[in-house]
Design a protein around this ligand. Structure first.
Ligand code: FES
Ligand SMILES: [Fe+2]
Length: 357
């Protein structure tokens, strides 16, 4: 096993659960970023995520804590905490302790998932979790055109020894597709845009044997919001969207979640659940992702890596982009709109041009 030298506290959005795992009234225990946390859903349905320990005398709110209306009630002495983590009631005093607050994390629900914003400097979120249906600016973006991904279109691995950046590096690693995913040719990147904290990586890819780069008319678009969160959309092949998410648990491990939406086939437009066809297709997509996970979870981070000539530009751009998310990095790096686009790749063949137009 090879522990990563990279910080396990990069700034960004991280998936901590799927929404359906936390029902109204649930207080869900979890550990991320080496912190014990609770995620709880209020009576009105709002998700909040707190550090797990009560600010009064330190009871763990995930053991016996309960939701009352819009507040979380500690099991030890009944103090009540609102969605911002502020104390709003001490049952045996006239007034609450207004100054005291449990650390809460900005939380959003998007794409069937619960995300928290993590930042060691406690800055508010400065980018968003992309919506898997609207992030690509296409008209066909409608959840109804896809089978529901929960629960059959998901993959969950707990506490793997890897780092979120390893997954992002896939976005510049054209050579691995042939060897890990058995594609008939090495994909060609049609877009590398590492301007801001949200980056865009598009490539041409095909899986049928015999396909060539010149003949290929399929590919993938991906939007990467920080290091922990991405969404992808395929074109020219089985319609699918995916959402890989990697969340640090402690100094050496991460939880990996993957959600797959498969486009409904003709005749199944009314399906409310994953059909047999949908399940077969999503298993194929999940299998491809799992092949990467097998590599990532045993990989040692190579720095500096022994890059081939063709790999140099893309990996350098990706690693420079990643620096902005690390606590020791310059937080403004990569957010300067005047910075020249790094790793820019010009489309070389017509199908790629048409698809990105
Ligand atoms: S420890 Fe939570 S109310 Fe006392
Ligand atoms: Fe891959």
């Amino acid at each position: 096993m090879a522990q990563t030298p990279l910080s396990m506290e990069p700034t960004g959005w991280y998936q901590v659960a799927w929404s359906h795992e936390i029902a109204v009234g649930d207080v869900h225990r979890m550990t991320y970023f080496s912190r014990d946390m609770v995620a709880w859903r209020s009576a009105s349905g709002k998700i909040s995520v707190f550090d797990a320990y009560c600010e009064h005398l330190g009871a763990h709110l995930g053991y016996g804590g309960r939701v009352e209306g819009e507040n979380l009630v500690c099991p030890f002495h009944g103090w009540q905490w609102n969605e911002q983590g502020r104390n709003v009631c001490i049952p045996y005093e006239k007034r609450p302790n207004r100054g005291r607050r449990i650390r809460s994390y900005p939380a959003v629900e998007r794409n069937h998932a619960v995300w928290i914003w993590f930042d060691t400097a406690s800055r508010p979120p400065y980018f968003e979790v992309p919506d898997v249906f609207t992030a690509f600016g296409d008209d066909a973006s409608d959840a109804d055109n896809y089978y529901a991904p929960i629960p059959g279109g998901t993959l969950f691995h707990e506490r793997l020894e890897l780092h979120p950046q390893y997954i992002m590096e896939n976005g510049v690693d054209f050579a691995h597709f042939k060897f890990v995913h058995e594609t008939p040719f090495m994909p060609e990147f049609t877009r590398h845009d590492f301007h801001g904290p949200v980056s865009y990586v598009d490539f041409t890819i095909a899986f049928e044997q015999g396909a060539t780069l010149e003949s290929a008319s399929s590919g993938v678009y991906s939007v990467n919001a920080g290091l922990g969160c991405s969404v992808t959309k395929s074109w020219g092949m089985v319609e699918n969207r995916t959402m890989p998410a990697v969340t640090p648990v402690d100094e050496s491990t991460c939880d990996v979640r993957f959600t797959v939406w498969i486009g409904k086939k003709p005749g199944e437009e009314d399906a409310t659940e994953l059909t047999k066809y949908g399940k077969v297709m999503s298993d194929l997509v999940i299998d491809q992702f799992d092949r990467d996970v097998e590599i990532w979870s045993h990989q040692r981070y190579s720095d500096p890596p022994a890059l081939s000539q063709r790999e140099f530009k893309g990996f350098t751009a990706l690693r420079n982009w990643a620096v902005q998310f690390y606590p020791e990095g310059d937080s403004t790096y990569g957010r300067d709109p005047t910075r020249p686009e790094s790793g820019a790749i010009v489309p070389l063949h017509p199908s790629a041009t048409a698809a990105t137009a």
